[in-house]
Design a binder for this molecule. Structure first.
Ligand code: MN
Length: 439
């Protein structure tokens, strides 16, 4: 099943010159969607498409540019700031719009003289959540994270016996999801310091990030009508970066028996640009299981998933402390990993989530869980990199971190790269820790 088309052609160049820079996250082969307005204005939100360091404003583009048959009606909701109609549309419709945008933004396009007037520099845009998120679920598909963290919480029993059979998740909180760049207030909560018997209540002393991706649901499914794997594969719209901020001291005390609660629900940050399933097509790779591991149960298995269920997305976390900023030091890399190492695929997340009859809805967000690599130093959280706080991480400028300090900025980045294919990226997911409220 080859889903590649002319929009993926590595030779395509854009008349937006910045999109042709080899390291641009947003070449004409990417075309991610986001919601924005001009910074400082009170204009209504509209959907835009990132191209190089610019945004194509689809509200203006609809009004000021001629479009081919069938495209104008797709632009109507986007111009009004509504992404969900496109998210819920059949794959063929989404490909039709992608193809029209690709032609419009490619070199030699007749539409260029009109669309030049509809560009907004990304530096002058205020981004918003791409859609209203009704429900948010966070999975746990990173087996290297599950094992490393399991060792810290339960040294003799790191990976629970259900892990290799069930795509584990918990229901998260949609109200506290924000878009990058986000200021995150240090949470206050209950924890049990080591060696004590009475819990304390105060600002978290073990604030952490988690390197994740977030998957936006497409059309969804009716209650009581689970998606099979083929439907699940066809029903995710796209992917963003996601930082699942976590208060480890609160988590350790509260998580049994019902799982994460206040340790996770105070803030979640996502990157503003949804990289679509269509843009990710060239980077699909087989879903495999290590020898000796159980194969997925039939409802989580399909030939298509085995052939191309995983996605090769290179992930990176960086940190810039307040002192680093003061010294003019750039963000420093903390770790790298790859989403292809996830134990469960995106389609398996959707199929499992709906398997009991739960209805997924357009715009629901599914976190992938922390994506850590197999090697030491590839942990997708400070909890892992500092071995539970025992081995602080050294930073440029002489500081160390076991957990996050006030003023720390965490930056997540991701890109896809393959021989013969144009590199695409996800932009940034950036958040800065603010002090806990006084009192
Ligand atoms: Mn998480």
């Amino acid at each position: 099943m080859n889903m590649l088309d002319t929009t993926h052609d590595a030779a395509l160049r854009s008349w937006v010159e910045s999109a042709n820079a080899p390291d641009s996250d947003f070449p004409v082969q990417n075309l991610p969607y986001g919601a924005f307005r001009r910074a400082g204005s009170d204009e209504p939100l509209r959907i835009g498409v990132a191209i190089g360091d610019q945004i194509l404003d689809l509200k203006q583009a609809r009004g000021q540019c001629p479009w081919g048959p069938g495209i104008d009606e797709l632009l109507v909701p986007l111009a009004a700031g509504e992404l969900k109609p496109l998210m819920a549309a059949p794959a063929a419709t989404r490909r039709l719009l992608r193809s029209a945008l690709s032609m419009a933004l490619s070199e030699g396009s007749d539409q260029a003289p009109f669309l030049e007037l509809c560009l907004v520099p990304q530096a002058q845009a205020e981004m918003a959540l791409p859609c209203t998120i009704g429900d948010y679920t966070d999975f746990f598909t990173g087996i290297h994270h599950a094992t490393a963290v399991g060792k810290l919480f339960r040294p003799d029993n790191p990976l629970m016996p259900n892990y290799k059979w069930v795509p584990i998740a918990y229901h998260g909180r949609a109200s506290s999801i924000g878009v990058s760049p986000q200021a995150v207030v240090r949470p206050t909560g209950q924890s049990l310091p080591p060696g004590t018997e009475v819990p304390r209540f105060g600002p978290s002393q073990r604030l952490d990030y988690e390197l994740e991706l977030g998957v936006f649901v497409g059309a969804g499914n009716a209650q009581g009508r689970p998606m099979d794997m083929a439907q699940a594969e066809g029903d995710w719209f796209g992917i963003v970066l996601l930082n699942d901020w976590s208060a480890r001291d609160v988590q350790a005390w509260e998580y049994q028996p019902l799982g994460p609660f206040l340790a996770k629900n105070f803030a979640t940050t996502i990157s503003p640009w949804i990289v679509t399933r269509e843009a990710l097509e060239p980077f699909r790779v087989p879903f495999t299981r290590p020898a000796g591991d159980p194969q997925p149960l039939p409802y989580l298995d399909s030939a298509a998933n085995r052939e191309r269920g995983q996605i090769d997305i290179a992930l990176q976390v960086l940190i810039q402390t307040e002192a680093m900023r003061a010294q003019g030091l750039p963000p420093a890399e903390l770790s790298r990993s790859n989403f292809r190492d996830a134990y469960w695929s995106v389609a398996q997340m959707l199929a499992h989530h709906s398997s009991g009859g739960c209805n997924l809805q357009t715009g629901d967000l599914l976190g992938t869980g922390t994506q850590s690599g197999p090697q030491p130093g590839q942990g997708g959280s400070l909890l892992e990199l500092s071995q539970g706080g025992k081995q602080p991480v050294s930073l440029p400028g002489g500081e160390t971190r076991s957990f996050l300090q006030d003023g720390d900025t965490v930056v997540l980045r991701a890109h896809c790269q393959r021989e013969g294919v144009r590199r695409i990226g996800f932009g940034e997911c950036r958040g800065t820790v603010l002090p806990a409220p006084v009192g």
